[in-house]
Ligand binder design. Structure first.
Ligand SMILES: [Mg+2]
Length: 370
């Protein structure tokens, strides 16, 4: 079996999140953007993957088209673990985190899609999961800033059936308003995206204790300051979560060794795909750290995350971003019902994209690497 071509689709879809989005640095945008990557083989089987993401997609797409994609042409797509290691070694001088790894992640996800289609199994069953209809999800809200808006959206999400809600708020009043809106029975988390020094993070964690956050995510700048994060965790009563900006298995090893986190959050389109995710899940278990992946996606990265979570047993959660897309190539496949997301049961990732919707929202034309 050989990889014969790789196609890249840059899709940009307008969305609504119930109120205006406050600036979140790299993700201030009018559309949810996806980089969909299709890997075709000489057997006619094809697989889909997704590379990170948002405003950096043009760079990821260029890395895919000029360097990462051509490396995979002619290779055997069934040699997933071998290719993963060989490719990572071949690409390492161009960065162990960033667009090259994001492009590699997309292809790795597509190879797992192909493997599960060959096996005739939904991916989560190929990964060892017991048959299950759905997984527990948490509603991940983008940043609203205004306390009254945060309270209203939290109350709506609880009414929709979510028992876990994550904020992206920096403002103390917004955090306490969220607790008011969500009520005492909801697990409430807050992701602050690496804003503070260690001392500031310790101060904030202490100030926010009355809100009873289930976890505080990425409180320290920069994300590679694992010692600093461990200092925050030693002083904290709130669980500490991080990992969406980590560079692979060894970065997680260092986080675990330093006692920096309670919750590990590798991100499938950034970390090196499903192959790297599975290694990190096992290592997290060995360190008694919970594995709850980052999943800010609406394409194959989201489907891959559903399958990885479904294969883990029960002690995890699926991140479900609260944003309604104007249209989705995947229909309702990623929508939660009563706080749960259905696990696709068809072979592979289990849902194929609607190419009419891909074509309608595609930026430019499809590019093909041969
Ligand atoms: Mg995060």
């Amino acid at each position: 079996m050989k990889i014969t071509a790789i196609h890249a689709h840059y899709v940009r879809i307008p969305f609504d999140m119930g109120a205006p989005l406050q600036d979140m640095g790299g993700i201030r945008f009018p559309t949810m953007d996806h980089l969909l990557v299709e890997v075709t083989t000489d057997t006619g089987l094809t697989g889909w993957g997704e590379g990170f993401g948002h405003t950096i997609i043009p760079a990821t797409k260029t890395a895919l088209e000029t360097y990462v994609g051509p490396w995979f042409i002619g290779k055997d797509p069934t040699d997933i673990t071998g290719l993963h290691r060989e490719a990572a070694q071949a690409f390492h001088i161009f960065g162990r985190n960033g667009p090259v790894v994001y492009a590699h992640s997309a292809i790795d996800i597509a190879l797992w899609d192909i493997a599960a289609k060959r096996a005739g199994l939904p991916l989560y069953q190929l990964l060892g999961g017991a048959r299950r209809p759905d997984v527990q999800a948490y509603s991940s809200l983008l940043r609203y800033g205004k306390p009254e808006t945060v309270a209203r959206i939290c109350a709506e999400r609880v009414r929709d059936g979510f028992r876990h809600i994550k904020l992206h708020e920096h403002d103390t009043a917004a955090v306490f308003a969220a607790r008011e809106g969500a009520g005492p029975a909801t697990a409430l988390m807050n992701d602050v995206n690496c804003p503070w020094s260690v001392a500031e993070a310790i101060e904030r964690e202490r100030a926010w204790r009355p809100a009873e956050l289930y976890w505080l995510e990425e409180p320290v700048w920069p994300p590679e300051d694992h010692n600093g994060l461990a200092r925050v965790r030693r002083q904290a009563t709130t669980r500490i979560a991080a990992g969406e900006n980590a560079a692979g298995l060894h970065d997680f090893h260092d986080l675990f060794e330093k006692g920096a986190i309670d919750i590990a959050q590798p991100s499938v389109t950034k970390i090196g795909g499903i192959t790297e995710m599975l290694k990190i899940a096992a290592l997290a278990e060995a360190h008694s750290v919970r594995f709850i992946p980052h999943c800010a996606y609406f394409g194959p990265g989201n489907l891959a995350s559903i399958h990885v979570v479904a294969a883990q047993g029960t002690d995890t959660l699926l991140e479900n971003i609260h944003a309604r897309l104007e249209a989705s190539p995947y229909g309702n496949a990623m929508q939660a019902h009563n706080g749960r997301v259905a696990v696709p049961q068809a072979p592979g990732l289990g849902v194929e994209p609607d190419m009419a919707i891909v074509a309608k929202y595609r930026e430019g034309t499809v590019t093909t690497i041969k």
